[in-house]
Design a protein around this ligand. Structure first.
Ligand SMILES: *Cc1c(COP(=O)(O)O)cnc(C)c1O
Length: 434
């Protein structure tokens, strides 16, 4: 028989050198215990989602498409019930009409803030795209234009909360506190759910009526609990990240307190209409099924992030989080110190993709960024970052941000392919010992 059934041979046909394959095996060998713990969390979260689906009595009638106004869309209403049950909130807004994470955050903020109110971020600068939503960078239609002011308290140098200045920043106009769970592309550490809980408890001890919202992007199902379990009034995220499980082709969610969700819904559709309208257009099945798969997809992405950290740490590059740290999101940063490293890494991720593997990514001047950015994304869904993807601005310290992978095997291959490209470019050399 001359059909190959040997995995290493197949890897070589896919362009990996023997030495890279062997190095990958060696690194993986040391991660068994951590991977087992990730699998246990995934199993827990899988049962959590399943329980919510059973309690909501999900049925195939809920996969039917609605059009137009979308009145009586029981699939949409049941999906929102499943999200509310999964994340332990009173209500949920889960819609294809929420275009992205940024849009969902904008709807949650603008629905719950009124002129004269103040918004506080006690965890430093929010995600880039929110700067224009809030008006930190002047922007047409920002909250600032509507008379909502903004205050920010940075984390202390060691990453802890600056309680003293948070206390000072809270005043009679403070209406809503926004807490970003993931570090995103910032330098600070990602917050664990329990740390978020401590922060919320502190804020509520000063002003119990302040709305605490958590930007939950990239954090869903990484732990057994979510911010709604530790006092968050609203959590917000994107369906082309973790909870869409790679199947949702669009969408965002907001889960939390009934009154907060209702106000957001009046902003998304119109006052008086709220959650009653909004056709699901045949997307419900992929939303249900994506949520169902999400805990295992997130587990694969987490393993990929930890594998990447250990692969590159051992090679002498700075990685954040480091190879040993516990994880609270799926993002991995690797610093190369030169543009060639960032470019070679992204070329490897692109070359490992199921879609557009044959194209070569190049840095370009993206709107909103102050340096050229290179992006690798051979995704089934445009811009999906639960799928294997990487990007990095071409500026010091030349850091690439890596995330996703719909399966652990694919994430693993993508990282080895990035290493292959770095070796071919003469930027990385395999260590003798690790
Ligand atoms: C991705 C992300 C967003 C914005 O989501 P988009 O879907 O890209 O608009 C907001 N906050 C954080 C922390 C994110 O990671």
């Amino acid at each position: 028989m001359d059909v190959n059934t040997d995995l290493d041979t197949l890897y070589q046909e896919l362009g990996l050198d023997r030495a890279v394959i062997d190095y990958g095996k060696k690194v993986e060998e040391g991660l068994k215990e951590r991977f087992a713990a990730i699998d246990e969390t995934a199993e827990f979260n899988q049962m959590k989602v399943l329980k919510a689906m059973q309690e909501a009595r999900v049925s195939d009638i809920h996969f039917a498409a609605t059009t137009g106004y979308g009145y009586n869309d029981i699939g949409r209403d049941t999906l929102e019930d499943v999200y509310a049950k999964t994340f332990h909130g009173e209500s949920a807004l889960v819609r294809p009409q929420l275009i992205s994470g940024t849009h969902a955050l904008h709807v949650a903020l603008s629905g719950n803030l009124r002129p004269g109110d103040e918004l506080l971020s006690p965890v430093g600068k929010p995600y880039d795209t929110l700067e224009e939503v809030i008006g930190i960078r002047d922007s047409v239609g920002s909250l600032k234009e509507y008379g909502v002011t903004y205050r920010q308290v940075d984390l202390l140098a060691d990453g802890s909360f600056d309680y003293e200045n948070i206390r000072r920043a809270i005043n009679e106009r403070t209406k809503l506190v926004t807490i970003q769970r993931s570090k995103g592309y910032a330098e600070r550490p990602t917050l664990s759910v329990s740390r978020i809980g401590e922060l919320i408890a502190f804020i509520k001890s000063i002003r119990p009526d302040v709305i605490c919202m958590v930007d939950n992007c990239y954090g869903e199902f990484v732990e057994r609990i979510e911010p709604t379990d530790v006092g968050a009034d609203m959590i917000v995220g994107s369906l082309i990240k973790n909870p869409g499980g790679g199947l949702a082709p669009i969408g965002g969610y907001i889960v939390g307190r009934q009154d907060c969700i209702d106000r957001a819904s009046y902003r998304l559709s119109a006052p008086g209409l709220g959650k009653e309208v909004g056709a699901s257009l045949g997307l419900n099945q992929s939303f249900f099924q994506g949520l169902f798969l999400s805990p295992t997809v997130v587990a694969g992405a987490l393993k990929g992030a930890i594998f990447a950290a250990n692969i590159y740490e051992c090679l002498g590059f700075a990685v954040r989080p480091d190879g040993k740290e516990s994880r609270h999101d799926i993002i991995q940063a690797v610093t190369f110190g030169n543009p060639e490293g960032v470019i070679a890494f992204c070329e490897g991720i692109q070359a490992a993709a199921p879609v557009d593997s044959y194209v070569t990514p190049e840095p370009w001047d993206m709107p909103g960024y102050d340096a050229p950015v290179i992006m690798a994304a051979g995704a089934f869904v445009q811009g999906s970052s639960i799928e294997l993807s990487a990007d990095g601005p071409i500026k010091p310290p030349y850091t690439v941000f890596f995330q996703g992978g719909l399966t652990w095997y694919h994430a693993r291959f993508g990282i080895l392919k990035s290493l292959q490209k770095l070796m071919e470019a003469g930027i990385a050399q395999l260590p003798i010992l690790c």
